[in-house]
Design a protein. Structure first.
Length: 231
């Protein structure tokens, strides 16, 4: 079921609606990471004198330049761990477009689905972005303690988060929040497995840019298959 949903989504990746959502997700993720980097830089410069004086050594110049380079390196480190999970979260803003593209091609017999209020989607997306960033920064803090085990921890955590959120978003369009939650609970292991399938390629550069949209389409297929199985 999971593999069939994934392959059906992969065959539709040329759809212009898929590409539009992918680029919006990437651009918003980059904007967020740049804003975080700029915020750290501004705080550092606001509370650090430009030429601090240290006893015996004397004045130290160029500290602001050093902070600028440090913030740039900090952004690079953040992007390695957060770029694609955050892009995946932002794609939630446009999941309706991906789901509609999938349903137009594969489920044309379904009745039209009213669009969810943008305010509800935005609130859910903001909450999910905050959760993804918090969990991944927590995983990043464990690197010194778990070493190479950080990779499977990263996969497991993001597989659970992305699978849970993407399936809920796809199911809510048809079942509402409570119905989506009930269906997700009945098939939690399968949804986590599908989330892992989406998360593992996040470690592959360039390939990871298409994963958010591919995942949204896969979970749309998965929802319809599970809903049909449950009647």
């Amino acid at each position: 079921m999971i593999l069939g949903s994934f392959l059906a989504s992969l065959r539709q990746m040329g759809d212009p609606r898929f590409r539009r959502v992918m680029w919006w997700g990437v651009l918003l993720a980059v904007a967020l990471l740049v804003a975080v980097c700029a915020g750290f830089l501004m705080l550092g410069q606001a509370f650090t004198p430009e030429t601090p004086t240290i006893p015996i050594i004397g004045q130290i110049t160029g500290l602001h330049t050093l902070l600028s380079w440090a913030s740039a390196l900090f952004m690079v480190a953040l992007s390695v761990f957060l770029m694609v999970p955050v892009a995946s979260a932002f794609c939630g803003l446009f999941l309706e477009d991906v789901a509609k593209a999938v349903e137009d091609v594969h489920y044309p017999y379904l009745p039209p689905v009213p669009r969810q209020p943008f305010a509800d989607i935005a609130i859910a997306t903001i909450n999910f972005v905050a959760l993804v960033v918090t969990v991944n920064l927590g995983a990043l803090a464990l690197v010194a303690f778990v070493g190479p085990l950080i990779v499977p921890i990263f996969w497991a955590a993001n597989g659970f988060l992305l699978g849970r959120e993407y399936f809920t978003m796809a199911a809510t369009r048809h079942l509402g929040r409570s119905g989506a939650r009930d269906l997700r609970r009945r098939h939690s292991l399968r949804i986590w497995a599908a989330g892992l399938l989406m998360t593992v390629p996040l470690s592959v550069p360039l390939v990871n840019l298409v994963i958010p949209v591919l995942g949204a389409a896969t979970f749309t297929h998965l929802f319809h298959k599970l809903a049909a199985r449950d009647g």
